[in-house]
Design a protein around this ligand. Structure first.
Ligand code: NAP
Length: 260
């Protein structure tokens, strides 16, 4: 399917690895020019070069912490007028509710709620003026079904979800479409770190923790980043003009529900 976005310009945050990288690759395959971002310059440059070579699109790389004001300013200086924004950042650390005080909550809210809100707020006036825009925020399945050890994620991302729900319905008439993508477990470094944490807590190996988690999923596996990236590219496409403020769960059916 032609996604109809060849030649558009996208900012994909936190995109040197994992889900962000997969979204960037699928957008590039659709002919979208990219501004990528991550903190570690070397990995970021490597990813940028791989995407350039594979697709021939223009790729800028901004090594910066997207959760800081300076980081966001650097990204926006590299791409001041994006047609597409994919919001992403690292996830908060696991723990239990009694571990977390003001500092921990402050940093989770900054990274997983305020950062995507502020970036969307910065780019949407231009999108509205041009009459076209797509904002996809990578959140988490934890927004629909809380993950006990990821309380910081459950809370902070729910705040972002509320912002998107209200704002998506205000900007849609200007051709600016906001939706969220909710990953369940996918094969990335992040899931490896979480498997290690579960293994340490339960006194099993990380391989055993992964095997159990695979078995608990209706598909018998974790998601592949490429599948996630393809869904993201679709949400950034011409075809989603009537799909507004949705929370799309990609979890292999792990959330057990007849509807919703
Ligand atoms: P990942 O494989 O660990 O990749 C994270 C990417 O983000 C890397 O490119 C990393 O590069 C970059 N990054 C992290 N913090 C950043 C920051 N402050 N500023 C700029 N770049 C940053 O993670 P992932 O699995 O793709 O996860 C992406 C998001 O989805 C996370 O928020 C995660 O919690 C959420 N999620 C993932 C899963 C899953 O199963 N994978 C499930 C639910 C939710 P640098 O370290 O060099 O900055």
């Amino acid at each position: 399917m032609d996604l109809g976005i060849k030649g558009k310009r996208a900012i994909v945050c936190a995109s040197s690895k994992g889900l962000g990288r997969a979204c960037a690759m699928k957008l590039a395959e659709a002919g979208v020019n990219l501004t990528l971002n991550a903190r570690t310059q070397e990995t970021l440059e490597q990813t940028a070069e791989e995407i350039r070579r594979a697709t021939g699109v223009e790729v800028k790389a901004v090594a910066a912490d997207v959760t800081t004001e300076e980081g966001r300013a650097a990204i926006l200086a590299a791409e001041p007028a994006p047609d597409i924004l994919v919001n992403n950042a690292g996830g908060p650390p696991p723990g239990v509710w009694s571990d977390w005080g003001e500092a921990e909550w402050g940093s989770a809210i900054k990274g997983n709620m305020l950062t995507p809100i502020l970036l969307a707020t910065a780019v949407m006036p231009g999108m509205i003026e041009r009459g076209w825009g797509r904002v996809v925020s990578i959140t988490s399945g934890s927004v629909k079904s809380p993950i006990p050890q990821l309380g910081l994620s459950n809370g902070a991302r729910a705040g972002l979800t509320g912002f998107v729900a209200g704002t998506a319905r205000q900007v849609a008439k200007h051709g600016v479409i906001m939706n969220n993508l909710l990953p369940g477990s996918h094969e990335t470094d992040r899931i490896d770190a979480l498997m290690n944490a579960i293994a340490a807590k339960e006194g099993i190996t990380a391989a055993e923790a992964k095997k159990r988690s695979h078995a608990a999923n209706p598909t018998g596996r974790f998601g592949f980043p490429e599948e996630f990236g393809a869904a993201c590219a679709f949400l950034c496409s011409q075809h989603v003009g009537f799909m507004v403020g949705q929370n799309i769960l990609l979890d292999g059916g792990a959330f057990n529900s007849t509807m919703g």
